[in-house]
Write a protein that binds this ligand. Structure first.
Ligand code: UDP
Length: 330
């Protein structure tokens, strides 16, 4: 299949491209490189460096090629930043999606749209594991902007005969098994890369909060390997290909198992054979105590299987990436 990968130079988007090429598909990347890395896009893949808000370039990209699948990975995804810069989030995550839907409509695209959504649309869940139709009460501008985007897509599918699927990720982590691409955010706010940095550089890890109502007082999250996420996107595109125009569906994408922050540290100490210096710090605003998916639908509809999403493989692949590229892509 031929894919247009919007945001294909970012962390999850680039892993998708590498996985899709391995599986014999072809990709064009569309990315403004505001947060992505040129070096994460394989040399043989065409890169259109442009913004989603640039309607003319976007429409030309759709007009000049035939795509079987279009993937939207181009969101800003930092909860804290979204609280201080909400306009940035509604513009990029909301308006960007509206532009994409308009361009697809105008160019009469028949491609299935696979949209990167997030468990942040649920806010603080009433229960775990979380099901697709659980109440959605997002507590951050980030979560709200992604829920707005889901609504835009759902309404556009109904009205204009597009077809789409929103995949609500839990915690994407790990690195491509080749070790050639991985997580490189500035600043790094995520737990797994920060655990690796602490193990490698001896930098003390702050664990945010130890008084949550969980088994050891630290937050519980559902860690899914980024290459498993990528594979689920390919399966989603293949599934959409068989569906009628006007279809919109949603899938929660996690492993179905939650680990606490302390359990992550302990697993990393075991896998890496090193002590990880840490201290408990204040809770981070907006962190729900426990988030993990009910992935029954992902398994039934997408045939989701875990190939890399055990903690050992997640930590090992993240370490290999870090050791091969200690300065990231720079
Ligand atoms: N976390 C932490 N120290 C860090 C980074 C993250 O204790 O340096 C915690 C964070 O508060 C949350 C969990 O690790 O409880 C996962 O955070 P992450 O930012 O990786 O993903 P999120 O769940 O926020 O999307």
């Amino acid at each position: 299949m031929r894919f247009l990968v919007i945001g294909g130079a970012g962390y999850i988007g680039s892993h998708f491209v590498w996985e899709a090429l391995r599986q014999g598909h072809s990709c064009v990347v569309y990315d403004n490189l505001s947060r992505g890395h040129r070096a994460s896009v394989p040399r043989e893949v065409k890169l259109i460096q442009a913004d989603l808000l640039d309607k003319e370039t976007l429409r030309a990209a759709l007009r000049e090629d035939h795509f079987d699948g279009i993937f939207h990975f181009a969101a800003f995804a930092l909860v804290g930043e979204s609280v201080t810069e909400p306009d940035l989030y509604y513009e990029n995550n909301g308006e960007g999606v509206r532009c994409l839907l308009n361009a697809m409509r105008a160019e009469k695209s028949t491609a299935g749209l696979v949209f990167s959504s997030t468990c942040a649309i649920f806010g603080t869940p009433e229960k775990v594991p979380m099901l697709e139709h659980d109440p959605k009460v997002p507590i951050s501008p980030y979560g709200r902007s992604k829920l707005v985007a889901e609504w835009l897509i759902e309404d556009a599918c109904r009205a204009y005969g597009l077809k789409a699927m929103a995949l609500r990720y839990f915690n994407a982590c790990g690195a491509d098994p080749s070790g050639e691409i991985g997580e490189d955010h500035q600043p790094e706010t995520h737990l797994i890369p920060n655990v690796i940095l602490s193990a490698v550089a001896g930098k003390e890890l702050s664990i945010f909060g130890n008084d949550f109502p969980t088994r050891d007082g630290t937050c519980v999250r559902d860690y899914i390997h980024v290459s498993d996420l990528a594979d689920a996107h390919i399966k989603a595109a293949q599934h959409l290909h068989t569906l009628k125009p006007g279809t919109f569906d949603v899938v929660n994408l996690g492993t179905g198992k939650g680990y606490s922050n302390l359990e992550i540290v302990q697993a990393a100490e075991r896998v890496l054979g090193r002590k990880i210096p840490y201290r408990f710090a204040e809770r981070r605003p907006g962190d729900p105590a426990e988030l993990y998916a009910d992935n029954t639908k992902a398994r039934q509809v997408l045939g989701y299987v875990s190939r890399y999403s055990d903690l050992d493989t997640i930590i090992r692949t993240a370490l290999v990436w870090h050791e091969k590229h200690p300065k990231g892509f720079s």
